[in-house]
Design a protein around this ligand. Sequence first.
Ligand SMILES: *Cc1c(COP(=O)(O)O)cnc(C)c1O
Length: 353
Amino acid sequence: MTNFGLIDRYREFLPVTAATPSVSLGEGSTPLVRSQNIGDSLGCKDLYFKLEGCNPTGSFKDRGMVMAIAKALEAGKKRIICASTGNTSAAAAAYGARYQLETLVLVPAGEIALGKLAQAMAYGARILAVNGSFDDALTAVRSIVEIMDIELVNSVNPYRIEGQKTGAFEIVDELGEAPDMLCIPVGNAGNITAYWKGFNEYQSLGRSETTPKMMGFQAAGAAPIVLGKPVLKPETIATAIRIGNPASWEKAEAARDESEGMIDIVDDNEIIDAYLRLAREEGIFCEPASSASVAGLIKLPELGVDLTGKTIVCILTGNGLKDPGTAEKRALIELEYVEPDIDSVMNLLNSGK
Ligand SMILES: *Cc1c(COP(=O)(O)O)cnc(C)c1O
């Protein structure tokens, strides 16, 4: 089958009509990989990682973008715009290029991981680096769409949430039931909102008996929901969740409260520890923001949450190659230089380290 994407797979649960064009880059249906080591060390029954970095542009943003683009095309739009910490811009630029929409992206200057910026540029998007934060960029974008005929494709666009909720469907379809807990990084809070919507819809359709506790994690320097007030200058190594005033703030709180879950904080050291554990104990290379979900999970026993016998899914939102700079700086592995002959190599290996 060619071009089988999530709109085809979940058409009956999405706001599509006969007039909605069939848009896809092959997004969705990402691997749900069982933990090999971390889960046992925490005493959970089953721990799974959903590898959203396997989407076509390397993050879950493709799930929402495919829906937003399909509806923009249906409405006859010719241009799209978004503010982005990086991955939204890559997704918008890719689908925009494929469907010949003019794509305009506003990013916070100097705060975007190199892989993401390079990617959006390669797809040919017009990129404006604004002198401010992501939140400033989103505010600007929201004013621009008031006066220009251009489709907003940030997660305040309801079709983004519709597309992203399919991540929850896939988990239930694969496990046969909802997990006990879902651990997820929280930035602008669209994704936690989308997953909660997806789990609830599936439950009301009788596809699952239960819904999971939603366990959201913000970075310590960018934790407005936990602090209960916007953060003016959000700061964290996890650039994808460096957001001080989340657009879906109230919906994230609703997901937390209705599911009897929590939204908590993980600091940059915990994020990097989890990032390296995922790489070194599971063979999974995700970006720092993604590992906030696992950093949070690792902290749960300290917070008094019992993990024994639980089935838990961590959403690994983006691919590690998006942010090669962090890997290079934080991996704490040094290149060893050697002459290209057997004696030199053997001498070096035998000299220990
Ligand atoms: C966008 C993004 C997030 C944050 O998702 P929100 O919906 O903004 O909460 C987390 N991780 C990665 C890799 C992202 O691209």
